[in-house]
Design a binder for this molecule. Structure first.
Ligand code: ARG
Length: 445
């Protein structure tokens, strides 16, 4: 029962404690490094306004850096009886430094502390997600260029429709990631604002220098209004979840296509056997479980915004313990998405394509529009050409000319992958990751 930051002169009911602490002792481990970083910035600011002595600040920073290193090495633990990461860090400081450790919490509440931890964690993870998206993007563009001349059937209603190509198919998913990056950028921008100093949600009578902690932590700006800063809890998670969900949507669709195209009835793509899984009963099986798991995990991530909203949507302004539960769905989502992105890039790299799909005459009708356009270009009215080709197909006398000429922007013969890549580079350059990295490096000394 020891070590409760708010414990006074009565003991808390054990069942109440178990229920209210919930899964914090496990989930707060995601936040440990960031809790320490936040404390380093906070106490540096406290010293500057006279709430800590210079030598006190120095010993505290030394200890905090050690705790940061522990967390970095995966050795940070929340001890039995300690309720959360904030309490654990403070306990470690007071164990080591006595009363000095108790001074770090002036002008702060666990409400703005956890807000800050969540923002620093999310900011870090968004950078990771962007890096993983870029790796997958490059893989897709590479495959698109490699197979730009390999045709495949395009479908509408899952009925064979028109010629498409592997260049278009791979490139389409690359461009989808360009749009997803707009959401990640918006998520990053709202995450990269400093809530520290809002305290319990109403500020403090100490003359806190919020600009100083904003600069020390490399934030673009602060969440100025202290009531709004607290309102950001849940809102940030929801909006970031939308960004993760749009990336996951791209992955889920790609995975669905890949499962279908890998099926023997299509046979458009092939996975090397070491990238498939077997069956315990059917000796011939080589299943695309990787894509199936990417599909399911990505679908799960697409439910994240709804899960966050169901937890926080109807809360009035101000802190509520409800917000704690968001951590359970939000914190693990980044690792899961990053894993899916990494596996997708890996498996796309290994994927082989069938270069002779269209040799099968069952696909001949996909060239019908090519023929109609050829006749129309030679002067026959479009409707007449359409009818002529239609009747030939019905009569089984249609023989397609498979030499197609698509030249406009974004078509089979003109993929514009260079333009798509330029958009991606431009999107990534707007994050200014270097600014954040140098602030964090400086703070850690
Ligand atoms: N574990 C809490 C959370 O995640 C930390 C903040 C506690 N604040 C409070 N007023 N009880 O929300």
């Amino acid at each position: 029962m020891a070590h409760k930051l708010w414990e006074k002169n009565f003991e808390v009911n054990k069942e109440i404690e178990r229920f209210t602490v919930g899964r914090d002792r496990e989930l707060d481990l995601y936040l440990a490094k960031y809790d320490v970083l936040g404390s380093m910035a906070h106490i540096t600011m406290l010293e500057s306004i006279g709430l800590l002595k210079k030598d006190e600040l120095e010993v505290l920073l030394v200890e905090l850096k050690k705790i940061y290193q522990l967390a970095e090495d995966g050795k940070f633990v929340i001890e039995d009886g300690v309720e959360d990461v904030h309490s654990q860090v403070e306990l470690m400081l007071t164990d080591k430094l006595g009363d000095i450790g108790k001074k770090i919490h002036s002008g702060r509440s666990r409400n703005d502390q956890v807000l800050l931890d969540l923002k620093l964690f999310t900011r870090h993870e968004l950078h990771e997600v962007v890096d993983h998206v870029k790796i997958l993007f490059d893989e897709l563009i590479q495959k698109s260029n490699q197979y730009k001349d390999v045709l495949m059937p395009g479908y509408t209603h899952l009925q064979i429709a028109m010629p498409s190509s592997f260049g278009l198919w791979f490139g389409a998913y690359a461009e989808s990631l360009v749009d997803d990056m707009f959401f990640l950028e918006a998520a990053w921008r709202m995450t990269n604002r400093n809530p520290l100093g809002s305290a319990a949600g109403y500020g403090s009578s100490f003359p806190l220098n919020r600009q100083m902690t904003t600069d020390l932590l490399g934030f673009d700006s602060m969440d100025y209004n202290v009531v709004y800063a607290q309102m950001g809890r849940g809102k940030m998670e929801r909006n970031v979840a939308f960004a993760l969900a749009t990336v996951a949507g791209t992955l889920a669709k790609l995975a669905m296509d890949a499962c279908m195209f890998n099926c023997q009835n299509f046979g458009f793509v092939h996975l090397p056997k070491e990238c498939t899984t077997g069956s315990s009963i059917m000796p011939h099986k080589k299943n695309p479980d990787v894509f199936e798991l990417i599909r399911a995990k990505s679908n799960k991530i697409q439910s994240l915004p709804q899960q966050v909203m169901m937890i926080m949507n109807n809360l009035p302004c101000g802190y509520f313990r409800d917000l704690q539960i968001i951590k359970e769905v939000f914190l693990p989502a980044f690792g899961e998405l990053e894993d899916c992105l990494q596996m997708t890039a890996y498996i796309i790299n290994k994927m082989e394509v069938n270069e002779h799909i269209l040799d099968n005459p069952m696909y001949d009708p996909i060239f019908s529009v090519e023929e109609v356009n050829r006749l129309a270009a030679a002067g026959m009215p479009f409707r007449d050409a359409y009818k002529k080709v239609g009747l030939e197909i019905e009569a089984g006398t249609f023989t397609p000319d498979k030499n197609i000429h698509h030249t406009h922007a974004g078509s089979i013969g003109n993929l514009c992958n260079d333009k798509i890549s330029a958009l991606m580079d431009e999107n990534i350059s707007r994050f200014h990751f270097e600014k954040v990295a140098s602030a964090v490096e400086k703070l850690l000394g």
